[in-house]
Design a protein around this ligand. Structure first.
Ligand code: GLU
Length: 491
């Protein structure tokens, strides 16, 4: 590539940071890193009515959680700032004057009442709705006089009426649009704030953006944007519109809200929800990268370094990609299993604390390998480990101590024998396993008849990490105490 690669993620801070936006940010990031270019974060906050003060915080936190560090933009600065559009209003004013003077845009004095009446009439006559270009041919001197008199106005693009425009996107076939399908769109609103289209084009030019990678809901805006580039005599960036993300059924767009699954689980769609649920950055990034892009149709698990190395726009599909929670869980489980015990323990501690478990780090480092296989998310951990950190087990149903097809008297015998063994045996995995297995054989019991009572006695639940390791970590004293309590419960 000859011109330096400069790409931007340009969110509007109107709501929560959605995975769709995260996918767009990631593709920009990967493209920039692959080409050794710059990744820019620009805040498009010109829609002040929909501005949400929390949105920026969610966005910046979300990008950091995903590890998508930007080279220029909010909080980091850069040579092309400011990077927040409401801090660039004077720039847009200047270009607005320029495009009016060039005869490619015009003042429009139509009131909202008039526009509504026009719209109602069009609906009634079953005409295509849109601005009827009432002010398009006002004499410039008259327009100037009305502006000087303080009349309220917007500025509209003076699009061609005849002919058509053809453009090429990197991801799809050539597209041709007839100008008669387009509107004389508003560029500058009556409060002096530009619309998205106007600010976006000016900023992409001034920030020397080389490629635009964004969601394909913006494809329809391209003809207007190309008109603006042409009106200013600027070279437009190369464009690539990323395929839609569908919801898990494959029918319809991925939801903008967090719905609930039939079983009551929240189906996350916001980046901070995935973080709160304990999805690892590595899994999120890997999963998101495959939403509309693939390396070779078979390689799925890829590190960030591999994604950067392999990413190309040529392999971005034009067909939509459906979200798949099971696949993400599978990825997350896989990345969790790859973590060394210390690292996994450190990542789990905040999730345990959130669940009210004051876990000891050294002990968690021992426990982490025992539960690693069982976690889809970090938030799955608390019920697997809570009993390690409790002085007293919470009350549990004594019936759980009794395996199927086993008499309570046999269970009593198991626990009494186990207590005796645990009093004297070497408290190691190997010694415990040998001694308790030998006892099961001596009593003529199946493994589960022997081990379920012990497991429930020391963990207070049927589903728990592997027993011998668990006993070792709990230690002789706690194990004996809990077995004693289970015997008391049974008698
Ligand atoms: N501000 C637009 C958005 O919120 C950016 C679209 C674009 O990348 O041009 O999606």
């Amino acid at each position: 590539m000859t011109t330096p690669v400069r790409v931007r993620y340009a969110p509007s801070p109107t709501g929560d940071f959605h995975v769709g936006g995260a996918r767009t940010a990631l593709f920009n990031y990967l493209f920039a890193r692959h080409h050794g270019g710059q990744f820019i974060l620009r805040i498009e906050d010109t829609d002040q009515k929909r501005f949400n003060p929390d949105a920026l915080k969610w966005l910046l936190n979300g990008l950091r959680y995903l590890g998508l560090n930007w080279d220029e933009g909010s909080e980091v600065g850069g040579d092309y700032g400011p990077y927040t559009q409401t801090e660039r209003l004077d720039i847009y004013q200047k270009y607005c004057q320029q495009i009016i003077a060039a005869g490619q845009a015009y003042y429009c004095f139509c009131t909202s009442e008039r526009l509504e009446a026009v719209h109602a009439e069009q609906v009634k006559k079953k005409l295509l709705p849109g601005y009827d270009r009432y002010c398009r041919d006002l004499a410039p001197s008259e327009a100037a006089r009305r502006v000087a008199e303080g009349e309220s106005y917007t500025v509209r693009a003076k699009l061609p009426i005849e002919g058509d425009i053809t453009f090429k996107d990197m991801i799809r076939a050539e597209i041709t649009i007839h100008y008669n399908m387009l509107q004389d769109a508003v560029l500058m609103k009556s409060d002096g704030i530009p619309t998205y289209h106007f600010a976006n084009v000016i900023d992409d030019h001034l920030m020397e953006i080389s490629h635009i990678l964004r969601g394909d809901e913006w494809l329809n805006s391209v003809p207007l944007h190309l008109f603006l580039y042409q009106a200013f005599g600027w070279q437009p960036p190369i464009m690539a519109h990323l395929p839609l993300i569908l919801n898990p059924t494959g029918k319809g767009k991925m939801s903008k809200r967090e719905d609930r699954a039939p079983d009551g689980r929240v189906l996350p769609v916001f980046v901070r929800s995935f973080e709160e649920l304990g999805y690892l950055r590595e899994a999120m990034v890997n999963y998101l990268a495959l939403l509309g892009w693939s390396y070779d149709d078979k390689t799925e698990m890829m590190t960030l370094a591999e994604l950067i190395d392999r990413f190309s726009l040529e392999r971005v599909k034009s067909s939509p990609a459906a979200w798949n929670y099971e696949k993400l869980d599978y990825f997350n489980g896989d990345y969790i299993r790859r973590l060394p015990a210390e690292e996994l323990a450190d990542k789990l501690l905040p999730f345990l604390a959130k669940a009210g478990i004051q876990a000891d780090r050294a002990k968690m480092v021992q426990i982490a390998p025992l539960i690693r296989e069982r976690l889809k998310t970090l938030n799955d951990a608390p019920p697997w480990v809570d009993f390690f950190f409790m002085e007293e087990l919470p009350p549990y149903d004594g019936a759980q101590l009794i395996p199927k097809k086993t008499e309570p008297t046999v269970v009593l015998q198991v626990l009494t024998q186990a207590r005796q063994i645990l009093e004297s045996v070497d408290f190691t995995h190997q010694a415990l396993e040998t001694a308790l297995n030998a006892e099961a054989t001596a009593l003529g019991l199946k493994p589960n008849q022997m081990f379920q009572p012990i497991r429930v006695a020391v963990c207070g639940k049927m589903v728990a990490p592997p027993l011998f390791e668990t006993l070792v970590i709990l230690g002789r004293e706690v194990s004996l105490k809990r077995i004693g309590q289970a015997i008391a419960k049974l008698t």
